[in-house]
Ligand binder design. Structure first.
Ligand SMILES: [Mg+2]
Length: 255
């Protein structure tokens, strides 16, 4: 893994699309949630002005931008409102993609997740460790203060389902079917791209498959995930900021 500074202009030649993970890459990590009875309160982070300008410039330079997250569409639209004309949004771990108001559904998880949902809801009742269920369409997301074996056991009993713990919540999904990598493969078909045309940046263990599905994987945290290049954590800049700075400086003719 080489530091990002060593990437050359030539290595960018084939890249037509850049795929960004959200938390820890485009915005700082963490989602605040509170659920009391049937009232759910969610805090939304909004993309910073600096990143808006960078995304617009990449778009002007003819790059396609795809933002891939385990979050729901409504929340991503809120976060990225300012750049919606210039990006596509792949949401709920590769389950579907929004582009210019059109939705492409990549998986149908209804039958597979229907029965487990009520079991998880029951286990969450009067459970002080549970902060709430995040509203989702294709996956189930349970925010907890800490890991909770009960949820893992319930899901493990269901054939073909799995849980991902990301430090603040469990995502419950269909194994190997609801992943950011599967989402990316669909997105590549929509935009008629090959693997070598795609650069992807992520910061966490669960981005591994996504990065490997791209021709140019970039690690935003080399202690957790492998890439062809990695972004050294420096100062207060977000990894996506450093990556966009670098690409734009190369495309402007810098080194
Ligand atoms: Mg992340």
């Amino acid at each position: 893994m080489k530091p990002l500074e060593q990437i050359s202009k030539k290595e960018l030649d084939k890249i037509k699309m850049i795929v960004f993970d959200v938390d820890g890459v485009l915005v700082p990590r963490g989602t605040r949630i509170k659920q009391v009875g049937h009232t759910t309160t969610l805090e939304t982070k909004v993309i910073k002005k600096r990143q808006i300008a960078q995304i617009k410039e990449l778009h002007m330079k003819r790059f396609l931008i795809n933002i891939s997250s385990s979050r729901g569409l409504y929340m991503m639209q809120e976060m990225f409102r300012e750049v919606l004309p210039f990006v596509s949004l792949t949401y709920e771990c590769g389950s579907a993609t929004w582009h210019k108001g059109k939705i492409y559904q990549h998986v149908n998880s209804f039958e597979r997740l229907r029965s487990v949902f009520s079991k998880l809801e029951k286990a969450a009742e009067k459970n002080k460790n549970v902060k709430g269920f995040e509203p989702k369409e294709f996956i189930i997301t349970i925010h907890c203060k800490r890991k909770d074996k009960r949820f893992e056991e319930i899901v493990n009993k269901e054939k073909g389902l799995c849980t991902h713990w990301n430090g603040e919540a469990y995502d419950v999904l269909i194994k190997k079917y609801q992943t950011k990598a599967v989402g990316l493969k669909h997105v590549m078909k929509i935009f008629k791209l090959k693997r070598e045309n795609v650069m992807a940046i992520g910061d966490n263990y669960n981005d591994h498959e996504l990065l490997q599905a791209s021709g140019m994987p970039i690690s935003a945290d080399k202690s957790r995930i492998k890439g062809k290049f990695h972004i050294p954590l420096k100062g207060h800049f977000l990894p996506a900021d450093i990556l966009m700075q670098k690409i734009l400086s190369l495309k402007r003719g810098g080194v």
